[in-house]
Each structure stands twice: as structure tokens, then as C-alpha cells.
Design a protein around this ligand. Structure first.
Ligand code: FAD
Ligand code: NAD
Length: 481
């Protein structure tokens, strides 16, 4: 007999598990099909984010940052830490423990909210039926009034650098190195390349990042991107821009190495690495996911076609997270999961796609929301700029976190905040204050009139907002008022 649910979710990553929990909270009989499993074939929830993405990468970023601090930062505080060394196995084990705690946490949340987890691979059929292929090969058809597709994404592979999971790895392999490679190559100076390149560089690897584009972080406000390139280069990342990889050869010896050939402005080049990470983007995981009789369609890049509210053209079928258009970010998927669940319940919830915060978790962090200065110029919009460097923020000096700045952009006529761009310690947490302010259509003056605790890094936001109107107190104003 076919089991019948109010809602079936395919995929238990941030988009899927959040959608499933919210659906259950709203009173729907909800099942979530997940193919990720442990060695005992039990389902593992949390998707890319918890298992091989956001969380494990941040665990390694924090461990490796502490290593650098112990080696270099402590001395400035008068703390002597001689003979500091790294135990990679222990670092990786700590990361695995955190992943385990969080994935188990999602399992507990499913139980608490009465979401039924179904282990297996789901495929959407016609009439909102889902075929589940279990791990033992058996199949079951389940039916639902509503289906939410949240199958996520996987790394993109490129023909010149095929992954062998030994010498050439993707982001997942780069979270599992058993020791610090002496020479590490990274293809792609995007978010993953810079975050995981930083991890292994901090632990002692000589890191070369090979990026096809001529511009560094083209999506980031140019002033911040330039500052980031300078700081990351100083930290030891050898960033080669305008470099197109043409091939790789695995060299068999006592330990395997890889020779990478690429062309840049100076012609053909060659470099040898002990490990190579390919981090050139991700693609939606939609092959074999959808029977065309379902009526749901994919675009030419494989994304499920949805409207602004994540509805497909088929009533009762939705898609959220990395399988649909927009940035591939866990928090974007989670908000879409909530939106879809609430829309199924008849609410008019809408994600504000104009205010997605972005963060690159290097040190210092790079974080932004809203428009860049370049976008405002292209739009021909008049704006004011306020910047404030962390080098003159008291708390930043106390913490020896003086690199970077805050940049705030406000409409020249209305003073409404249009964007905020930060490179600095805790930028992820700082930018969130401006995301909230922008959600309430705040002006730079509103931030200027708000009291900020002293001493705090967030005072740089306050001063940048004051500076946008020529009122900064702790810095000479470029703009006079
Ligand atoms: P996923 O997390 O990919 O989950 C999809 C789930 O569906 C998976 O569990 C998969 O097994 C399951 N599934 C797929 N097909 C089927 C099927 N047919 N049947 C059953 N189950 C299926 N984002 C951030 O916001 N911040 C970060 O710091 C960050 N860091 C990252 C670091 C790395 C190294 C990587 C790789 C990604 C990072 N991301 C980060 C991106 C983030 O992980 C993704 O945007 C997010 O996980 C997408 O969520 P999702 O639910 O759409 O898909
Ligand atoms: P990305 O899109 O951020 O960067 C990929 C980079 O590779 C780009 O700069 C691109 O120009 C370059 N590239 C593409 N093809 C190339 C080639 N053949 N040779 C050399 N360079 C090439 O993608 P990513 O770093 O792989 O990350 C994938 C996704 O995961 C991101 O889109 C992001 O949304 C998500 N993610 C987010 C975070 C975060 O929020 N902190 C962290 C990691 C990943």
C-alpha cells in the first residue's frame, strides 16, 4: 500500500530539514527522504552543510587559526608558547565530533517534531508520488499532497583535473588530509579555495591558488577585495589570477605528486604539488531526481525552475536550497525551507533575496550585504560612502585585530542604507547588525543615532555610518557637513 503524507521532502540538508521541521510544526504529516547514510545504513541528516561543508570547514578554520595565534599572536600579548605543534589527526577528530553532534541534533529534532525520516534515494514521479530506493535495493512508492525538492548540490569537476580522491581532491577530500601537504595547489580562488587554502596554509603548507578570472573576488566590493588580496597574500597564499588549467599528471614515486599545467599572461606554466584541491563551484544534484511526467522542469544548468516563492509550475510541488537559482548558501536554503512550509500552510511568507548576507571565513573575515559601490555606479545611483578602519578601533587594538575596515553605502537623497562591506575580525557577526537594520529600512543616520557598547568592534559600524554623513567622531571626516 502506498503511504500518504501531507508533505514529503526530498533531501535533509539545511533547506530540506528546516522545511520538514517547519511543516511538522504547522501540523502537517511530514516525511523526509534522505540518502546520506552511515556505515550501518542509518540515515545521516544535515546535508552538505553539516557533513562536508559549512561546519567541518569552520571547525578546521578555527583550529588552524588557533595554531597561528599560538605561534605568532600570543607573543604580542607577552605569552610564551614554545614548541607549538599540530596534531592533524586530533584536529580532524575534533571536527568529526562536532559534525556528529550536529547531525545527531537534526535527528533529535526530527523525533521531537514528529518528522518521519525515510532512508533511501527519492525520485519524483507524476501526481506527487515519490519513489524511494532503499539502501538494500528495494523500492517503495509514497504519495503526498505536497512535495519539496531539496536535493542540494555537489562539486563541479573539470576535465583537466579529474578527482582521484588521493592526490587530486574536491572540498570533501580537503577536509580529510591525514597530514599537512608540503606543497598544496588549489584550483579556484572562490570561497572554498580561500577558506580551505587558508586552513592548510596556516598549518604550514605552501599554497598556490590558480584562478581563471583576471579579477580577485569579482562579486565583492572592489575596495574590500583589494584589501583581502593584500592580506591573504601577506599570509602566504600565492594567488595566480588569469591562470587557466590545461592539464594534470599524477607522478608516481615514493609519495605521489601532481604536475599542473596552466596558461597565464606569460604563456604556458607548470607547477608540482603534493595535493591539489579542485574548488571551481558546485552544481545542483538533479540527475535522475525528477521524472519529466511530474511536470517539474530543469533549466539548462540543471536547476529546478521555480518562482520567487520557490513554487514550481506544478501546484503542490516546491524546490528550495542549492537545487534552485540564487546563491548556494545554507542560510538562503533554510529561509526558503521556512517560506515553502508556510506557503503550504497558506501564509504569504517571502524571502527577501535583496538582503542575503555573504561571508568568507578567512581571517580576517569578509562579509557583506546589499549593493557594492560598483553596482551603485552601474545603476547610476547617487550614494554616500562612510568607511572606518579597525586600526583605530580600541577593541580591535586590544585584541590585536586591527586589519580591515567597515564600509557603509547610503542613498545620497534618502540616507537609506544600500550596502555594507566589511573585512575584519568577526565580520560575519558585525554585518548581521546591518542586515537587521536594512530589513527595517534604516538610514545611516539611524545607525549613527544608535548607542553602541564601548569598547566593541561594532563601534566601527557606528563610525562608518556617521562618516557617511560627515559626522565621524573618532576619525577626520573626508566628507564635510
Ligand atoms: P545540501 O546541503 O546539499 O543537502 C541536500 C541533501 O539531499 C543531502 O543530504 C543529500 O544526500 C540529499 N539528497 C540528494 N539527492 C537525494 C535524493 N534523490 N534522495 C534523497 N536524498 C537526496 N554555506 C554557507 O551558508 N556558509 C558556509 O560557511 C558554507 N561553507 C561551505 C563549505 C564547503 C566546503 C561547502 C562544500 C559548502 C559550504 N556552504 C556554505 C554551502 C552550503 O553547504 C550549501 O549551500 C547548503 O548545504 C545547501 O543546502 P541544501 O539543503 O540545499 O543542500
Ligand atoms: P565559487 O563559485 O565561490 O568559486 C569558484 C572559483 O573557481 C571562481 O573564482 C571561478 O572563477 C574559479 N574557476 C572556475 N573554473 C575554473 C577553472 N577551470 N580554473 C581555475 N579557476 C576556475 O565556488 P566554490 O569556492 O567551489 O564554492 C562553491 C559554493 O559553495 C559557493 O558558491 C558558495 O556559495 C558555497 N560556499 C559558501 C561558503 C561560505 O558561505 N562561507 C563557503 C564555502 C562554499
Amino acid at each position: 500500500m502506498t503511504s500518504k503524507y501531507d508533505v514529503v521532502v526530498i533531501g535533509a540538508g539545511p533547506a530540506g530539514y528546516v522545511a520538514a521541521i517547519r511543516c511538522a510544526q504547522l501540523g502537517f504529516k511530514t516525511a523526509c527522504v534522505e540518502k546520506w547514510h552511515d556505515e550501518k545504513k542509518n540515515p545521516v541528516y544535515g546535508g552538505t552543510c553539516l557533513n562536508v561543508g559549512c561546519i567541518p570547514s569552520k571547525a578546521l578554520l578555527d583550529s588552524s587559526h588557533k595554531f597561528v595565534e599560538a605561534q605568532k599572536g600570543f607573543q604580542l600579548h607577552g605569552i610564551k608558547a614554545d614548541n607549538v605543534s599540530i596534531d592533524v589527526e586530533a584536529m580532524i577528530a575534533r571536527k568529526a565530533k562536532i559534525v556528529g553532534q550536529l547531525t545527531q541534533g537534526v535527528k533529535s529534532l526530527f523525533t521531537a517534531n514528529k518528522v518521519e525520516g525515510i532512508a533511501g534515494t527519492g525520485r519524483l514521479l507524476s501526481d506527487k508520488k515519490v519513489l524511494v530506493t532503499k539502501h538494500d535495493g528495494s523500492t517503495e512508492e509514497i504519495a503526498a499532497d505536497n512535495v519539496i525538492i531539496a536535493a542540494g548540490s555537489v562539486p563541479i569537476n573539470i576535465p583537466p583535473a579529474p578527482i582521484d580522491n588521493e592526490t587530486i581532491v574536491d572540498s570533501t577530500g580537503a577536509l580529510e588530509f591525514k597530514s599537512v601537504p608540503k606543497r598544496l595547489g588549489v584550483i579556484g580562488a572562490g570561497v572554498i579555495g580561500l577558506e580551505l587554502g587558508s586552513v592548510w596554509s596556516r598549518l604550514g603548507a605552501e599554497v598556490t591558488v590558480i584562478e581563471a578570472m583576471d579579477a580577485f573576488l569579482p562579486a565583492v566590493d572592489t575596495q574590500i577585495a583589494k584589501e583581502a588580496q593584500k592580506i591573504l597574500t601577506k599570509q602566504g597564499l600565492n594567488i595566480k589570477l588569469g591562470a587557466k588549467v590545461t592539464g594534470t599528471t599524477i607522478n608516481k614515486g615514493k609519495a605521489k605528486t601532481v604536475t599542473v599545467t596552466y596558461t597565464d599572461q606569460n604563456g604556458p606554466q607548470e607547477a608540482v604539488f603534493d595535493k591539489l584541491i579542485v574548488a571551481v563551484g558546485r552544481r545542483p544534484l538533479t540527475e535522475n531526481l525528477i521524472d519529466e511526467k511530474s511536470g517539474v522542469q530543469l533549466d539548462k544548468r540543471g536547476f529546478v525552475i521555480v518562482d520567487d516563492s520557490c513554487s514550481t509550475p506544478v501546484p503542490g510541488i516546491y524546490a528550495a536550497g542549492d537545487v534552485v537559482r540564487g546563491p548556494m548558501l545554507a542560510h538562503k536554503g533554510m529561509e526558503e525551507g521556512v517560506m515553502v512550509a508556510e506557503r503550504i500552510a497558506g501564509k504569504k511568507t517571502q524571502v527577501n533575496y535583496a538582503l542575503v548576507p555573504f561571508v568568507i571565513y578567512t581571517h580576517p573575515e569578509i562579509a557583506w550585504v546589499g549593493k557594492t559601490e560598483q553596482q551603485l555606479q552601474e545603476e547610476g545611483r547617487e550614494y554616500n560612502v562612510g568607511t572606518f578602519p579597525f586600526s583605530i578601533n580600541g577593541r580591535a587594538m586590544a585584541a590585536n585585530e586591527t586589519e580591515g575596515m567597515v564600509k557603509l553605502l547610503a542613498d545620497a537623497k534618502t540616507d537609506r542604507i544600500l550596502g555594507c562591506h566589511i573585512i575584519g575580525a568577526s565580520a560575519a557577526d558585525l554585518v548581521q547588525q546591518i542586515v537587521i537594520a536594512m530589513e527595517f529600512s534604516a538610514s545611516a543616520e539611524d545607525i549613527g543615532l544608535t548607542m553602541f557598547a564601548h569598547p566593541a568592534l561594532s563601534e566601527a559600524l557606528h563610525e562608518a555610518a556617521l562618516a557617511a554623513n560627515g559626522h565621524a567622531v573618532h576619525m577626520a571626516n573626508k566628507r564635510k557637513r
